[in-house]
Design a protein around this ligand. Structure first.
Ligand code: B12
Ligand code: SF4
Length: 579
């Protein structure tokens, strides 16, 4: 810890006088990010047991998904079921430093026991800190409701939030919800450890804790955003201490999609809606060097939200170790959504070569941020020859002009075809992702997307799925920061807008949070825009398929949607007749 007189460090210009006005605290002069050493991690460890005879824990992480959602083909569902990929790393870090820690996923608990009370559970465990991730904006309402309940039941518990959405709206959240004691913005390893240590020592002054927004005598204080994990620190984090997560076998086996259909059992969710292979989200590194217009995690958004200015990779050996550990917990496929330099694949060539050397047999779902090189394609095939492995490409739209505006790593349709040819020639399966309803797009552009999809479907037998999703308004993305520049209208500016927006059963599959006034020329509001887009989506882009790995043509997709809807209606009638 730096030896700093905390009171010297308040920046004068930010000393606003009104109550609740935030104070910004000066950067720690000694270089804070190195002040707490993250202990070395070696191999797979057993979870240290709690104090003998004690059922207490010091620290509870809660993951609270959005519990109420509706979409016609799947009826009611739970959304945002994946933990933030860094969350188990935080829990493990605390546990390793002698702070007994547990992670509770309220969605998993709902699956296991419909009567589970998170408040009773926390009361029984009597932690000093309850930390809730508010990473995805969809969680906004549900997380705050849990905050209110925890604070009402246990006023002395320190309630902490973190994750991208909490980070972006930190000041507004603290101003509006007294129950939130602190928010760690951006990356949290060193800050969370320092905070947990400070609170356990009864320290009230938290000036030296990086990235923390906190309360002191009725004021909100904003410490500098000075901690971003270095390569060394990322290498010292263990992301696979699953036993810290309550009911982790259920998480590993049954949380295979961000959505979980409420009306059927976990086994049926697995068989009907998942990819039927437990999928591990592998942390390869952090950061993105480009900025897509819709993304709240591109270069400039990350700099604002987390202070990260560059891309950092974990070492190949550490990633390999995570993979081995994930396999030992029953994962069969790993998902990589980190591809900062698509045309410079050396890191992945090295990683794949080590996987081959170690004879690790897993499937891989790789989301390419641009187009993969031929070396990557060949190496991918050699490493993942299995039937479930694939490379996902996201051309997003058929129009090259629109693609160039919106996508960080844009490419021409010709380059896309060439890549698909190479993938087909090497026997690599592919999933394609598209969107519609983006700024500057016109109805005529949609025709280009339809034609491109049709051509790909006819030409490439290795393309297993073509899926089209609408995009949502993401906090901190370029459209969100400057909707006018993009000709977009939105009601989602502030945290409170997201909070109210997500208090109903709006579904991420059909609600966008914005509308574009001159897109069709007739629609006058968000609802009209969404309905018009949904009609086009159903008619030209429906992809639902009885086999979650595959996608249908729109004609068969619509038939399945009608059938599913009938199924839910009958199921509803039958269950209502039950005494
Ligand atoms: C990899 C990734 C995925 C992966 C893995 C997700 C996962 N399990 O975390 C997959 C593909 C599965 C995915 C899915 C989705 N994603 Co995503 N994803 C990303 C991506 C590309 C990288 C994320 C990353 O690097 N994380 C690493 C870091 C830094 O975060 P972290 O380690 O998990 O957490 C750190 C901090 O956030 C913080 N923290 C996290 N939790 C907590 C809790 C507490 C208490 C504290 C104190 C701190 C804290 O500390 C951690 C360690 O330092 C980002 C874009 C980007 N470049 O950032 C989008 C992004 C995060 N995803 C986004 C979205 C919208 C989604 C989906 C909703 C998309 C969809 N419609 O399906 C789903 C949601 C899935 C779910 N939860 O069920 C948005 C989120 C925007 C927002 N603010 O809401 C982003 C920003 C992209 C975008 N389009 O804008 N995603
Ligand atoms: S490539 Fe685009 S969508 Fe992907 S993380 Fe970077 S900015 Fe976001």
């Amino acid at each position: 810890m730096g030896k700093l007189d905390p009171f010297d460090s308040i920046q004068a210009p930010c000393l606003r006088t009104e109550k609740n006005a935030p104070l910004r605290v000066n950067p720690e002069p000694l270089g804070l990010s190195g002040s707490t050493e993250l202990a070395e991690v070696s191999g797979r460890r057993q979870t240290p047991s709690l104090r003998p005879g004690s059922r207490r824990v010091d620290f509870i992480f809660l993951h609270v998904p959005k519990l109420t959602n509706y979409y016609r083909p799947i009826n009611d569902f739970i959304w945002i079921n994946f933990l933030p990929m860094g969350l188990l790393g935080l829990a493990d870090l605390l546990q390793r430093h002698g702070i007994s820690t547990e992670v509770v996923h309220t969605g998993v608990e709902w699956i296991e026991d419909r009567h589970f009370s998170v408040i009773d559970y926390i009361r029984e465990k009597a932690p000093r800190i309850v930390a809730i991730d508010l990473h995805w904006h969809h969680q906004s309402y549900d997380v705050i409701e849990v905050v209110k309940k925890v604070k009402a039941a246990m006023p002395s518990v320190y309630v902490l939030l973190g994750g991208y959405t909490a980070s972006f709206f930190h000041e507004e959240i603290m101003n509006n919800f007294d129950g939130v004691d602190g928010i760690i913005r951006g990356e949290a390893e060193v800050p969370i450890l320092e905070l947990a240590n400070a609170l356990s020592q009864g320290k009230g002054d938290l000036f030296s804790i990086p990235n923390l927004t906190w309360r002191r005598k009725g004021r909100i204080l904003i410490n500098p955003l000075s901690y971003v994990a270095s390569e060394k620190e990322l290498n010292n984090i263990s992301f696979t201490n699953f036993p810290l997560l309550k009911n982790y076998p259920t998480y590993i086996r049954y949380i295979g999609q961000p959505f979980y259909v409420k009306g059927v059992s976990k086994e049926k969710n697995f068989w009907m809606y998942s990819l039927k292979s437990p999928i591990y989200h592998l942390t390869v590194g952090r950061g993105c060097p480009v900025q897509c217009t819709w993304c709240g995690g591109g270069r400039s958004s990350l700099e604002t939200i987390t202070g990260r200015k560059e891309v950092t990779f974990r070492s190949v050996e550490r990633v390999l170790q995570s993979i081995k550990e994930a396999v030992s917990y029953g994962y069969e496929t790993f998902h990589i959504c980190f591809d900062p330099y698509p045309q410079r694949p050396q890191y992945f060539l090295d990683l794949f070569s080590r996987l081959r050397e170690e004879k690790i047999k897993m499937e891989c779902f790789f989301e390419c941020f641009g187009l993969p090189s031929i070396h990557f394609i060949k190496s991918f095939k050699a490493t993942f020859p299995g039937p479930k492995s694939l490379i996902a490409l996201s051309p997003e739209v058929g129009s090259e002009t629109r693609r160039k505006i919106h996508k960080g790593y844009a490419y021409s349709n010709q380059a896309l075809m060439k890549t698909l040819d190479q993938m087909e020639a090497n026997g690599v399966f592919c999933d394609l992702f598209f969107t519609l309803g983006v700024p500057f797009e016109k109805e005529a552009d949609i025709v280009q997307t339809i034609q491109l999809q049709k051509m790909i479907r006819e030409r490439y037998s290795n393309v297993r799925g073509i899926r089209t999703f609408t995009i949502e308004m993401e906090p901190g993305s370029p459209w969100h920061l400057d909707p006018e520049e993009y000709g977009v209208k939105t009601s989602l500016h502030h945290f409170m807008d997201f909070y109210h927006y997500h208090s109903g059963d709006k579904s991420a599959f059909s609600s966008l949070g914005y509308w574009i006034p001159d897109y069709f020329g007739e629609e006058k509001d968000e609802k009209g825009f969404e309905e018009a887009l949904q009609k086009i989506k159903c008619r030209h882009f429906c992809f639902i398929h009885p086999e979650a790995r595959k996608s249908s043509t729109p004609f068969w997709g619509r038939r399945l949607c009608d059938l599913s809807s009938l199924f839910w209606k009958i199921k509803g009638l039958v269950s209502h007749r039950k005494p």
